[in-house]
Design a protein around this ligand. Structure first.
Ligand SMILES: [Zn+2]
Length: 209
């Protein structure tokens, strides 16, 4: 199997994984990966049920925004293209609507790192006010995409960037996990946070591996 075919398998699998994990619903969410040339990307199609996306449904788009295959690319394509233009260190972009994490940022509450994985994987998170998907949405997150791997949009969801799809998608899973733990603790009436020095020690341990 060629590298491109493997990446197609990986991309279709990633969006189905996000659906199965409850991080997107129905036709929501999208993901893309930059091909090795750096001049084209594969992106999930617009309007598809995300639990059933197959690799044949994916759309190939040039980095200048022209569709190179059949199918209609995700309406969030402008943000994906912008991320690849701004960040030479990333190869994958994932957009999802994790419910607990989205609820917290929409309510104006920061999501604290509640697990070692969160401490290591989500080090720079920025939150912006709601803007409609498309060109306007891309403009709203532009300033944050330059130096943050995760950007939250109030009353909408998150964009996550990474060197590969696995890392970009995992960032959103660990973020949602922290939000759920935090909200469960609030229900229990007692909140125990990872202290700043503990977070630093966790990061030091992982950076040595
Ligand atoms: Zn969305």
């Amino acid at each position: 199997m060629s590298t491109e075919e493997k990446l197609k398998d990986e991309l279709a699998h990633t969006i189905r994984r996000l659906y199965e994990r409850g991080l997107v619903s129905g036709v929501g969410g999208n993901a893309s990966i930059l091909l090795s040339s750096g001049k084209t990307m594969l992106i999930t199609p617009s309007g598809y049920f995300k639990g059933g996306v197959a690799k044949g449904d994916l759309v190939t788009v040039s980095i200048s925004g022209h569709a190179l295959s059949k199918g209609k690319p995700s309406s969030e394509m402008p943000t994906h293209l912008l991320a690849y233009r701004l960040r030479k260190d990333i190869r994958a972009v994932v957009h999802a609507h994790p419910p607990a994490a989205t609820a917290m940022i929409s309510a104006g509450i920061d999501i604290p790192p509640m697990t070692p994985e969160h401490s290591v994987m989500v080090t720079k998170l920025s939150v912006v006010d709601f803007a409609p998907p498309g060109e306007e949405g891309a403009l709203a997150v532009k300033g944050s995409l330059k130096d943050c791997d995760v950007v939250g949009i109030r009353n909408h969801g998150f964009f996550s960037l990474g060197p590969d799809l696995h890392e970009a998608a995992s960032r959103l899973e660990v973020l949602e996990e922290s939000a759920k733990i935090y909200m469960s603790m609030r229900q229990l009436g007692k909140i125990s946070m990872l202290q700043e020095d503990v977070v630093k020690r966790i990061r030091a341990v992982y950076s040595r591996e």
